[in-house]
Design a protein around this ligand. Structure first.
Ligand code: FPP
Length: 241
């Protein structure tokens, strides 16, 4: 894309995605659910690349929710293996494109070997600033807010903070990744009109884009459509303009 045509569209700095529909994609083909997740991993790779091509600086993916632990053990294990494989196969891409990996969520719930590997890749990509891939793992928006409340309450108890000093910045500063700007665009695939406990605090002013396309079929052309739609939105942030 030439810099001229790029300047005409507004590119979101931060895109967050609820990747939904892997199971349905598999069912439609008479395949086991895990095949949908495998194909969904390919979409992850494609969308990380699409972000780089479009100039999106932050991409947050809802890869596993706190609620997902109730799924059958075989599916959970398969998802953890796919994450492991993703790290092994894609780390070089992160280095080549200077993309920093981050994890948000209750990482203490993750298998310790996977968490270790995630920490290693996070450490090895820490210095990069061209792009940021944030994986939400064992993530829940309410859990994140409860954690922030506890930390703030402790600071009040310790006499470091008075209750009337608590403002929105105090809450933001106690989230999993306080330095990451709020998402500008929230995409959900597979047509469901739900937020599903994702980034509850951070999406206050995000533009919402829902597509019927199932996550395994969501690739760069579909992503570009979402960006084009975003570019047409008039964000008012409560103002009248
Ligand atoms: C939702 O589809 C998807 C998930 C719960 C997991 C997302 C995981 C991946 C795309 C693969 C691994 C991730 C990375 C980052 C490599 P669903 O199973 O709820 O679909 P359904 O609603 O159609 O059943």
């Amino acid at each position: 894309m030439s810099s001229d045509s790029k300047s005409k569209s507004v590119v979101p700095a931060h895109v967050a995605i609820i990747m939904d529909g892997n199971g349905r994609w598999a069912r439609q083909r008479g395949l086991p659910r895990i095949k949908g997740h495998e194909k969904g991993s390919e979409s992850v790779r494609a969308i990380v690349k699409a972000c780089r091509n479009a100039g999106v600086k932050y991409l947050t993916l809802y890869a596993f929710s706190v609620e997902n632990w109730i799924r059958p053990k075989t599916e959970i294990n398969a998802l953890m293996r796919l994450l492991d494989r993703f790290l092994r196969n894609e780390e070089h891409e992160l280095h080549e494109n200077r993309v920093r990996l981050r994890v948000i969520g209750r990482r203490e719930d993750l298998p310790s070997r996977l968490d270790e590997k995630l920490r290693e890749v996070e450490a090895r990509t820490r210095q990069y600033e061209d792009g940021n891939l944030i994986l939400a793992l064992s993530y829940g928006g309410r859990t994140e807010l409860v954690k922030a409340c506890r930390t703030i309450a402790q600071r009040v108890k310790d006499g470091e903070l008075s209750p009337d000093e608590i403002d929105e910045d105090t809450v933001s500063a106690n989230l999993y990744a306080p330095d990451i700007p709020d998402p500008d665009l929230l995409i959900r695939t597979s047509g469901e009109l739900r937020v599903s406990n994702f980034l509850l605090w951070q999406i206050s002013y995000a533009e919402f884009y829902v597509t019927d396309v199932l996550w395994p079929d969501f690739r760069e052309p579909e992503f570009k459509e979402a960006l084009a739609d975003f570019s047409k939105r008039r964000r008012r942030f409560g103002d009248v303009k």
